[in-house]
Design a protein around this ligand. Sequence first.
Ligand SMILES: [Zn+2]
Length: 390
Amino acid sequence: MSAFAFHTTPQMIVRPGASGEVADIAGAKLGPNILFVTDKGIRNAGLETSAIQSLEAAGHSVTIFDAVEADPSLATLMQAVDTARGCEATGVVALGGGSSLDIAKLAALIAGSGEDIDEAWGVANAKGPRLPLVLIPTTAGTGSEATPVSIITVGGEEKRGVSSPIILPDTAILDAELTVSLPAAATAATGIDAMVHAIEAYASRNANNNPISRMLATEALKLLGANIETAVFSPDNIEARSAMLLGSTLAGMAFANSPVAAVHALAYPIGGTFHIPHGLSNALVLPQVLRFNAAEAENGSYRLYADLCPHAFPNLDQSAGAQAQCAAFIDRLAELSADLGLPTRLRDVGIGEEALPKMASDAMLQTRLLVNNPRDLNEADALAIYKAAW
Ligand SMILES: [Zn+2]
């Protein structure tokens, strides 16, 4: 067995309604002054109120920072840090989507350690200590509550990341009631994103791919595959919402330690240039990338995809050989996006065929992801994949 390291969030509380008990769960470690990070959409929907009431009723002073936007900027991060310093924050709580969670991770780091963000970018450069940190996701997709990564937009276009176990939170609270109001399209796209995290973690060529991540990935796919349609079409079904939220966190724990690959690399130019949401960007190239990987038998990824098939889709015939099983798995993933009402071709989201060569060259910049792909992938391959997906 190969050596590996595994880092994850040390405490997870999984219960509908648990965000209203945040003071009981984590109040002692958060201290008296709390920076509460969220966004205006969450506040308009009132999703944060029971968490804030819980903290205030327990005697904490809560300062709300609700200026987080999608693809949050460095300026927003520095405002959050200033707000933390202004209220002399002793702890940080975030309630929201991946953007709020990412801002909170780095605000807790910088307010806690005083370190310079320019020295923290990259892998294992952030040192800490950070402020105590509690993350409460409101979407079932990014898995940010279980990953050591925060992505920030610098100078309008460039995405920079900090990756360090120091920004894993102390506690994640998985309260499925917060996800019930998520619209169908976002539920579908974020759910497919979580499935991609599990699939790419399981098949990752990264040296740290490990048995714990693979175990988490199969369990995540079980939960996500069995519940994604119910969560989309019966949004109030709290059982399905709970399963999606847990599945998304398990997939986050998996890929935090066995990183994602070419589906994400090819999704980034779709999101970056055409502002297509991250989950949908992944869904648009998922079948084509998996078919590309499986077409070269030597890398063995077809066997890995075949392994995943009975977990994700137990109703499919599992009696055929690995090649057939792999093909059935990929075909079902492609059908699933259509069944959930998502666009399935790049042309359906307004991308012209003439844009594909630039997207292929942009995808090549994602070397940190491409190195994890089970099959080597060059610019001509990326272009062929985009053409197949167009
Ligand atoms: Zn993703």
